[in-house]
Design a protein around this ligand. Structure first.
Ligand code: GLN
Length: 494
């Protein structure tokens, strides 16, 4: 059952929040051994949150649009007193002293936080195989990756362990795993969602955003988490674009550009689905035309200079003094080095070294400076494209879910799975992936809609039309718990 249906039932008193929670906790217990979507499950605190929702409803209060809805949160979002590991050994034992703003907003809307989800270490990766705690598996096929870096959130939503979840997207980490797992994933406009309490990876790119099984749930979640936050200096001080309230307005007269460069090199089955989605928009009244934004081809190399540069600076704070792990040694410097050598995994080390290199005195202009210029060209190219189009359409990922282990020894091949998602991060624009049928192996395909800054309203309208026209998707194979089907059953522990 999706989030709005669950919240509706809880608000009308048809179902109790505590029962909804128990059903989801049981589903997690049954399925997560194989999936490994969660790093932490919050049984007791979630139970007391759910009891509080029921108490408030009993007292005639309205807990909000997500009343009693269980939600999972990527483990790079701070939760007070609850481990926040970023899937890294270096944060071992660290307990954040505060909640991220988005976590507070979830609770403020009545949601019940049930756990923290697995990710690539510090959100660096595209398969969740870079987690220090082992990979997450794709619920559609456990031999395949769920994508990354927010693979745990994507898999948890796809498998029905929670109806909604939060992730972060620096170069595609919400949209790519959402596409590979067959769910909706949104990267909002830079600055619309607070990052206070999001552990920083690349600060000029990072955004928090929703995973959901339906476009309407993603819109609801976006409405809940977006809005100005004085605690985040990059937070925009202006009204949010409206998502849910204008979702059903359709696409009549909307100008849609199908970006040829966002189909280049994609599997034939993916390209076919994007064209079908374009036809669905045209059938609903949109003016669909092919367009070219050649500069997006330079986004991937620019991203893999800029993101590591920012990461090398952000990750300097893990020194064995301020957070988590410390490996003792004879001097402070040796302690710093030993802690970082043991605490960081290979991909994080690679990024720190790449980033340090491109920022170093002799190479700064040649690499970091050039990449910044390319970023400006990409922003200008999108601005030109949006003179002719209200939204753009393309693939979310060049392929569907790949097999575990198939790209771990080839970083470049792994990086290439982000080729369609990084351009929007560099521009700071919003983009959403909507599941649209399956490929020949019955693996989910996602199509991506892009919009100019603060263009979420139109983008969601187009997403709703695409969702309505989508061919039947695959149901996850390894677990499909029955959730929300009446009162709690007697299976499992309470
Ligand atoms: N996969 C990309 C990377 O490894 C994007 C990660 C992200 O969006 N957090 O950098």
């Amino acid at each position: 059952m999706n989030a709005s249906e669950l919240a509706g039932r809880v608000r009308t008193g048809e179902t109790r929040a505590v029962d909804v929670l128990e059903q989801h906790l049981r589903a997690i217990e049954e399925c997560d051994g194989e999936l490994h979507a969660f790093l932490t499950v919050l049984g007791d605190t979630a139970r007391s949150e759910a009891r509080e929702i029921d108490r408030r409803l009993g007292a005639g209060e309205d807990p909000g649009p997500l009343a009693g809805v269980p939600v999972a949160v990527k483990d790079n979002l701070c939760t007070r007193g609850v481990p926040t590991t970023c899937a890294s050994r270096i944060l071992e034992g660290w307990l954040p002293p505060y909640d991220a703003t988005v976590v507070k907003r979830l609770r403020g809307a009545g949601a019940v936080v049930v756990g923290k989800t697995n990710l690539d270490e510090f959100a660096m990766g595209s398969s969740t195989e870079n987690s220090a705690f082992g990979p997450t598996r794709n619920p559609h096929d456990p031999r395949r990756v769920p994508g990354g870096s927010s693979g745990g959130s994507a898999a948890a939503v796809a498998a029905g362990l929670v109806p909604i979840a939060l992730g972060s997207d620096t170069g595609g980490s919400i949209r790519q795993p959402a596409a590979l797992c067959g769910v909706v994933g949104l990267k909002p406009t830079y600055g619309t969602v607070s990052r206070y309490g999001l552990v920083a990876f690349a600060s000029s790119l990072d955004q928090v955003g929703p995973f959901a099984r339906t476009v309407a749930d993603a819109a609801t979640l976006f409405d809940v988490i977006s809005g100005h936050d004085p605690l985040d200096s990059t937070s925009l001080e202006r009204p949010n674009p409206l998502a849910l309230a204008r979702l059903e307005e359709g696409v009549d007269g909307m100008r849609v550009g199908v970006v040829v460069e966002l189909l280049d090199g994609a599997d034939a089955s993916v390209v076919k689905r994007v064209h079908e989605a374009a036809e669905a928009l045209a059938a609903a009244g949109a003016n669909v035309e092919e367009c070219s934004v050649p500069e997006v081809s330079y986004a991937l190399p620019a991203y893999y200079l800029l993101a590591p540069a920012e990461a090398s600076s952000n990750l300097a704070r893990y020194d064995g003094v301020r957070y988590g792990l410390r490996v003792d040694a004879s001097s402070a410097e040796a302690m710093n080095g030993a802690t970082r050598a043991v605490g960081f995994g290979p991909e994080v080390k690679r990024r720190i070294m790449l980033g340090t290199y491109v920022l170093s005195a002799g190479y700064y202009d040649a690499y970091y400076g050039q990449a910044q210029k390319v970023r400006t060209l990409i922003i200008r190219a999108f601005a030109r494209a949006y003179e002719q189009a209200d939204v753009l359409l393309g693939a979310t990922t060049p392929t569907t879910a790949f097999e575990l282990g198939s790209k771990v020894d080839d970083p470049l091949a792994m990086y290439l799975s982000d080729v369609c998602t990084v351009p929007t991060n560099l521009a700071g624009h919003p983009a959403i992936t909507v599941p649209f049928g399956v490929d020949d192996l019955a693996l989910p395909v996602g199509v991506q809609l892009l919009a100019p800054a603060l263009g979420e309203t139109s983008m969601f309208q187009a997403a709703a039309v695409i969702e309505g026209a989508a061919p039947a998707g695959a149901l996850p194979q390894i677990c499909a718990p029955t959730i929300g089907a009446g009162p709690t059953s007697t299976r499992g522990e309470r």
